[in-house]
Write a protein that binds this ligand. Sequence first.
Ligand SMILES: NC(=O)c1ccc[n+]([C@@H]2O[C@H](COP(=O)([O-])OP(=O)(O)OC[C@H]3O[C@@H](n4cnc5c(N)ncnc54)[C@H](O)[C@@H]3O)[C@@H](O)[C@H]2O)c1
Ligand SMILES: O=C(O)[C@H](O)CO
Length: 386
Amino acid sequence: MAKPVSIEVWNPNGKYRVISTKPMPGTRWINLLIEQDCRVEICTQKKTILSVEDIIALIGDKCDGVIGQLTEDWGETLFSALSRAGGKAFSNMAVGYNNVDVNAATKYGVAVGNTPGVLTETTAELAASLSLAAARRIVEADEFMRAGLYDGWLPHLYVGNLLKGQTVGVIGAGRIGSAYARMMVEGFKMNLIYYDLYQATRLEKFITAYGQFLKATGEPPVTWKRASSMEEVLREADVISLHPILDKTTYHLVNKESLSKMKKEAILINCSRGPVVDEVALVEHLKENPMFRVGLDVFEDEPYMKPGLADMKNAIVVPHIASASKWTREGMATLAALNVLGKIKGYPVWSDPNRVEPFLNENAPPPAASPSLVNAKALGLPVSKL
Ligand SMILES: NC(=O)c1ccc[n+]([C@@H]2O[C@H](COP(=O)([O-])OP(=O)(O)OC[C@H]3O[C@@H](n4cnc5c(N)ncnc54)[C@H](O)[C@@H]3O)[C@@H](O)[C@H]2O)c1
Ligand SMILES: O=C(O)[C@H](O)CO
């Protein structure tokens, strides 16, 4: 039996009981729930990753909806507990929902929300930061400086790679992959090669137009290519950034074999999900290829790193902070709360989950809709006409 979990309660007399498994940034999300007659309970337990038992204890006998986190295992057990407590809605405070068994949720009539759109640019900016940091060896150079080892300018000191004119490869050119590609192409005049199951038409048009602009001003144009296989990207790109969802098709997409196809001095960035990369194979590859560099925001056995990774000078590692800008995290909390609220209140689902601005405008009440429910169709929920 799990120990009772500590909670902070807002609006104790509210009609609907909504739980957040973590304190979340900002207060707008709390106020929006309170204004709509919700009693908000926030778990304040000093434990980073809550177990299924902890969450069952939080749900208790009566719970209308839960806002949860990507570190939690939302499967059959939790959705049946939520349904028994009368719950109709769950939202991840994340765009990725590989921690959620959506079929199980649908079986119990529970809507599953996520938070796309609000984190696209912030996440792409971290991928771009890691790309630059790896190309210019910023972390190694910073450590050298702090260790008091710098005794004067030298021609060979921390020489890295110039990005301009090189090829950036994107695997998974959806919202974040496309935003990252635009940053690297426009910001550093790199050429793009991408692989995705779908054509990234807007991205292609943008690069074509930018290439024409550069040409008209006498500069070499940037180019794009949609690869017919991931291997083509691996072979041709100098910097490769991974942005697919995590599912069966992308598990260990980058493994020993795919790493061996990449250029010896390539840079690999992962801001998607850890298991997209076989981290054991990556550590071996980093050992054998000291000029190969990697920037990782996510890890296969998060929060742990595979043995040897932390010792690698050619790896930059950060703790899953890609969406960690204040505006984005507050926005994610708002969208997650509104997903849950919308289902509790019987609102329709928003017609375009990527058009999130109306929900984030602090100067106007949000639309009466759930911003993004991934099983809306399966549950037969109506779509907002707004
Ligand atoms: N590190 C972080 O903090 C962070 C932040 C946000 C998102 N993410 C991760 O990034 C993912 C992508 O987010 P998004 O908003 O860009 O989603 P998205 O759905 O817009 O893009 C995902 C893209 O991956 C493509 N894809 C799917 N399977 C593929 C395959 N087998 N090969 C190649 N491409 C494939 C899809 O077609 C789609 O275009 C999320 O699912 C999440 O896991 C991580
Ligand atoms: O999927 C997500 O949204 C991230 O991993 C956290 O922002």
